[in-house]
Design a protein around this ligand. Sequence first.
Ligand code: GSH
Length: 199
Amino acid sequence: MMKLHYSPASPFARKCLAAAIARGIEGRIELVGTNPHVSPAELLKDNPLSKIPALVTDDGMAVFDSPVICEYLNTLGEAATLIPTSGTRAWIRVQVMQALADGIMDAAVARRMRAGKPLDETRAAFLDRQKAAIARGLAALEAAPPEGLGDIGAIAVGCALGYLDFRFADEPWREAHPRLAAWFAAASTLPPLARTVPT
Ligand SMILES: N[C@@H](CCC(=O)N[C@@H](CS)C(=O)NCC(=O)O)C(=O)O
């Protein structure tokens, strides 16, 4: 049994679990609820950076961060590949989409971590920058939305949008991004996203 240091609120952990579901191997993964912010020893021994997700393979190898975990999970199971052949243009497109989605998650998680703290000038500028990155990321995705949910780029975008809904529901994005919203509505009904809604 593999072990995944995980939280149901983490969009990066969700991406890995969604990838495992898409590959039909989620039954081979034990989810270990982990709060990375308190740097628990059980997490540190698998990821010295104290971040989740971190995966431990059947033979005890620790794997992070989430793109590497997804790469590994994609080598398991029988379902269709989520990642095109390395180095091809298709691979670059999928990986850039994953990077864009991961960047939205990074910016949104950074905003969330600083919510409610006193706002000095440096912090305000930092938060504005994260907000602008998310806005530009959404605009880029609206211009070229994912198709289907069959690759890791699309799965990552679903997790990023789900995180915005989960943590920033008071900042609606759908009206200004109708094509992305239509894609997300359809993709959300499929098992990788439908079975991993953040809580
Ligand atoms: N690049 C990492 C980002 C993971 C990440 O930022 N995880 C957050 C939770 S959503 C975390 O563990 N934060 C704890 C910390 O930064 O100390 C990945 O793709 O896995």
